[in-house]
Design a protein. Structure first.
Lengths: 202, 202
DNA sequence: TGGAAACTTAACCGGACGGTCAACTAGAGG
DNA sequence: CCTCTAGTTGACCGTCCGGTTAAGTTTCCA
């Protein structure tokens, strides 16, 4: 075949799918190769290790999150705060679709990997941390817009973005634990409270 | 030795420690036995499988969370909403201590296991879900008290408890990913906003 | 005191793990 | 045309995995 083969692409795709539906540790090089229709030797021609493949898979997962969740949610056809609400609705929708395909709530692929690997694979942990910060920056930009247009006066966009992002991850964690995709949309309705003044406080 | 041995207790303790600092998959039966000073055959005398040991470890982890976080946080020496704030502070304190011991933020042991195993080990997933619901009930009870004493008028204690619990898990997830124990206390300061009316909304 | 039951010991099982290797094939470029 | 190299193949490596086994040893209780 030579250099026109798409074996690398198929390996990456198999890794992305398998790692998202299961986990880093639960998926072996063998299984990734089988799903990609590639021999083990070829795997190690394209990737020096399972870890390196996973690094690429993390980037690809991030690309898909942008494409399927963050991009649609934060498009400027709605006022900024409504985009935050749509962020959770969009996320809920993706979880529902994945559940139809797999029978299970899979949660956030990066959140899953973060908890599984943070204490074990420093390189992967760092990469995920970087992507988390990028997500927070996107949320913060939207909150800054909300401050500018007066819909969220006096809030701290950076602190708010951090809280909202953590909340999203937590909601996805619990939804996965309950295996209930609707939980995401349900809890998403509380999200905007996170960025306001502590209105319920004494 | 006979029936006065504490081998079972040592196995459980080793499992709790190792699973918390690493993970279910990353820790093998062999390593648990080594740390407990017990032979493999003895392991399988006390536990029919690694899964059963882990079930017991999950219950023990829950006991410790009650003892070290939830108990102290929700003791009635403070007004109810202040207990919620203390819940995050207490959690932050535990993460700081664990970091001193291990060099890493370990996060919520049950949250870690939940993400790692929810799609792989239905029995463990169910047990964790049950414990999560118990935690939410304890938070809800505190919120009901806050409604009764007028400090949080008109809120839904059950929905608020779910949101607060998910937020806690999310905060711990991100703190672990950043390897920053102070992140827990920092984001905890936003927690009470979650239960109020959406004061920042348009 | 004796036997049953609880517990311990260490060797052992098949299989999966991540990773390596040497031989081979196929295109591209000189 | 011939070589060079990217890519492919499948057997192979040592190690570790969860779990089993059979033969001990200790303790309890009759």
């Amino acid at each position: 075949m030579g250099r026109v083969s798409d074996a690398r692409k198929r390996l990456l795709e198999a890794a992305v799918d398998l790692i998202h539906t299961r986990s880093y540790t639960a998926v072996g090089v063998q299984e990734i190769c089988a799903r990609a229709g590639v021999q083990k030797g070829s795997f190690y021609h394209f990737f020096p290790s399972k870890r390196e493949l996973s690094l690429a898979a993390i980037d690809e997962l991030w690309r898909r999150i942008q494409e399927r969740v963050i991009g649609p949610a934060f498009s400027p056809d709605l006022p900024p705060l409504a985009r935050i609400e749509r962020f959770f609705e969009q996320s809920a929708q993706v979880q529902r679709e994945l559940m139809e395909q797999t029978g299970q709530v899979l949660g956030c692929p990066l959140g899953n990997l973060a908890l599984e690997l943070s204490t074990q694979e420093p390189i992967l942990r760092e990469r995920i941390e970087t992507l988390f910060r990028a997500a927070e920056r996107q949320i913060a930009a939207t909150l800054e817009e909300a401050v500018r247009d007066g819909s969220a006066p006096g809030i701290d966009p950076v602190a708010g973005a951090r809280a909202l992002f953590a909340y999203m991850e937590g909601v996805l964690l619990v939804a996965k634990t309950r295996n209930d995709p609707d939980y995401v949309a349900e809890l998403g309705r509380n999200a905007l409270g996170l960025i306001g003044a502590p209105c319920g406080a004494p």
